[in-house]
Design a protein around this ligand. Structure first.
Ligand SMILES: Nc1ncnc2c1ncn2[C@@H]1O[C@H](COP(=O)(O)OP(=O)(O)OP(=O)(O)O)[C@@H](O)[C@H]1O
Length: 589
């Protein structure tokens, strides 16, 4: 499948124009086959169809006939493979590795700098820095002597069925393999995680018993840490490299003493947890030679900067490769990053700070806060295609919106930092498998999380920064899939919209002329926007109902008060009566 080719950093893949390249990637025979299939468009090859549906079939609900076709094809492939390897009875993994190597028939390494330059231009890869290594074209190239990728890693790549590398992978991997520091800015959902993991796994190669962590990966949220750990496990299968995820739970684990942690090769964690561990002398980072900041701009922004700084200081090794990845980088963060990096190479895929172009973006005027609820209900009534993610600006508003939607009978959940870790894990798992259709979230979920099948992102509350907009909408339209994003705005939001309008225009969306004339935000406006606009509560109860409810509530309160006063009065009278009686008794005595 070449859906993923769409991820050319904002480039639409014109197959006619790049016919020559398709031939390079797929081999002439396959390209010719595809051409003839196109001519006979009415006849759909069931295998092609099954592959296609499998790619877009997030919930694996496709018709069984298609799955049967796929099964038949797999059986045939297995049979073919068995025929060629039939008389070898060595260990299964070795066979697999051999099979993977056997498939490497030709490589497409660049012969000249000009070739590499043209390739970069074609894939919208921009590089800044000295002695920039050439990009690579295919995963087969990585396995060739020029890169010498560990056969086990190559096999794992083939197992996950990544057909072609994405632009950020094409350029970041060779740079990291050369040991250079890198700052990579590439669209959301474009495979940045694999871009930094593969070179690290290649360099670490196998476990080293005597040293402590050799690679450290930092991400801003616990959920993202877990997701990265999952990808490391898939990609490093068979290498015996050991991964440790540092969370509050693992820190409390009595088996995870500082000594036992020495046995791990890779540490993945959030900054806060790690800084605590550093202070408590629970971790030794002196052997770290790869330091990755995923969502680097967030980790170098106020709120995390101090902790990130402490982590850099604790990595005391003499030679540390630093790699920074994100879909957004402000100039300020880039300047800051340069001060902690050594001769870095900067990569930008497509335009800097742009949204992925597989997302259809829309701005919807709702007038008031109440108008948002009406717009949302109308959308639901028209019919939405789950899964859908809805972003709001605070925990309180997330709870309020949840109460509105749950009473509408929608299959909805809400996730924010007030929920327990178990609840959060459970919700994410359920959303991934399609058991939850609509998920209301705060900024916690805006970055990094990879839900391949999200069809629609609704910004119920206007995002507080342009970066937040790019990351939020980037939860859809991932890995070459199509997605939609709707952003509600009220009269109050109008003055803050220019940044988002610019992103939309840059991504090729239709934006009305008057929006382009909105003024850019000044410093004060940006600050105000970051703090969040004060908004009315989310409550769609009518004014009359609210008045009636309030009246009822007041009556109940008044009644309670009357009863309380009466009880107190009675108590007082009783006390006085008793006191009088006691006095009388005393006199009589
Ligand atoms: N070469 C590839 N071919 C096909 N799919 C890929 C490839 N590389 C990565 N993917 C898949 O693409 C999806 C998005 O990747 P990833 O989460 O790394 O994106 P990202 O660029 O880090 O996004 P974000 O900026 O939102 O964090 C994942 O499901 C991943 O498995």
């Amino acid at each position: 499948m070449d859906l993923f080719h769409l991820l050319g950093g904002g480039a639409r893949f014109d197959k006619n124009r790049f016919k020559g390249d398709i031939t390079l990637f797929e081999g002439e025979k396959e390209a010719n086959q595809k051409q003839s299939q196109k001519k006979n468009a009415a006849v759909v090859d069931p295998n092609v169809r099954s592959q296609l549906l499998d790619e877009i079939d997030f919930f694996k609900n496709t018709h069984t006939v298609v799955n049967q076709n796929k099964k038949n094809k797999e059986e045939k492939d297995n049979q073919d493979n068995q025929d060629t390897e039939s008389d070898s009875d060595s260990d299964e993994e070795e066979i697999e590795t051999k099979k993977s190597k056997k498939n490497i028939t030709k490589t497409t390494i660049f012969n000249t700098v000009e070739e590499a330059k043209a390739f970069r231009k074609q894939h919208k890869i921009k590089v800044y820095g000295t002695d920039v290594p050439n990009p690579f074209r295919t995963f087969e190239d990585l396995a060739s002597p020029a890169y010498n990728l560990n056969p086990m890693l190559y096999k794992n790549l083939m197992t996950v069925k990544y057909k072609t590398p994405t632009p950020v992978q094409m350029q970041s991997i060779p740079i990291m393999l050369k040991g250079r520091d890198v700052m990579s800015c590439a669209p959301t959902g474009s495979g940045k995680t694999m871009a930094f993991l593969l070179p690290i796994l290649q360099d670490l190669e196998k476990p080293e018993k005597k040293t402590s962590y050799r690679a450290l990966i930092i991400a801003p949220t616990r959920e993202l840490v877990q997701q990265i750990a999952r990808e490391v496990k898939h990609l490093s299968e068979g290498t015996k490299l050991r991964v440790n995820v540092l969370t509050k739970a693992t820190a409390a684990d009595k088996f995870q003493t500082p000594e036992s942690r020495q046995k791990f090769d890779i540490l993945i964690t959030t900054p806060l947890r790690l800084v605590y561990a550093i202070k408590e002398k629970e971790v030794d980072l002196s052997a770290v030679r790869h330091l990755v900041l995923d969502e680097a701009d967030k980790l170098l922004d106020q709120g995390f900067l101090e902790q990130t700084d402490e982590i850099f200081a604790a990595c005391s090794g003499s030679k540390i490769q630093k790699s920074l990845f994100s879909a957004t980088f402000s100039s300020h963060v880039e300047e800051l990053a340069k001060t902690v990096m050594h001769d870095p190479i900067r990569i930008v895929i497509g335009s800097k700070n742009a949204a992925t172009d597989t997302i259809k973006q829309e701005l919807l005027f709702t007038g008031t806060e109440a108008g948002k609820m009406i717009a949302l209900r109308q959308l639901v009534q028209k019919g939405i295609k789950p899964p859908v993610l809805i972003f709001v600006q605070s925990i309180e508003r997330a709870k309020e919106l949840f109460h509105e939607l749950v009473f509408d009978g929608i299959n909805v959940e809400v996730i924010h930092s007030d929920r327990t870790k178990a609840q959060r894990d459970n919700i994410i798992d359920q959303f991934r498998v399609g058991k939850i259709w609509v998920l209301i979230a705060t900024e916690l979920m805006a970055r990094g999380l990879d839900f391949k099948g999200v069809n629609l992102v609704i910004n119920y509350d206007f995002p507080q920064t342009v970066a937040s907009y790019i990351h939020r909408i980037g939860r859809t339209g991932r890995a070459g899939r199509q997605g939609e994003a709707v952003t509600y705005y009220t009269q109050e939001d109008l003055q803050y919209m220019k940044g988002v309008v610019n992103v939309m225009k840059e991504s090729g969306c239709n934006v009305p002329e008057w929006m382009l004339n909105i003024k850019n935000l000044n410093h004060n406006q940006k600050q105000k926007m970051r703090q969040g606009i004060a908004r009315d509560h989310i409550d769609s109860t009518s004014k009359f109902d609210r008045f009636s409810q309030k009246k009822k509530q007041d009556m109940i309160e008044a009644s309670k008060k009357r009863k309380r006063v009466a009880a107190e009065k009675e108590k007082k009278e009783k006390k006085e009566k008793k006191a009088k009686k006691d006095e009388g008794d005393k006199k009589e005595a």
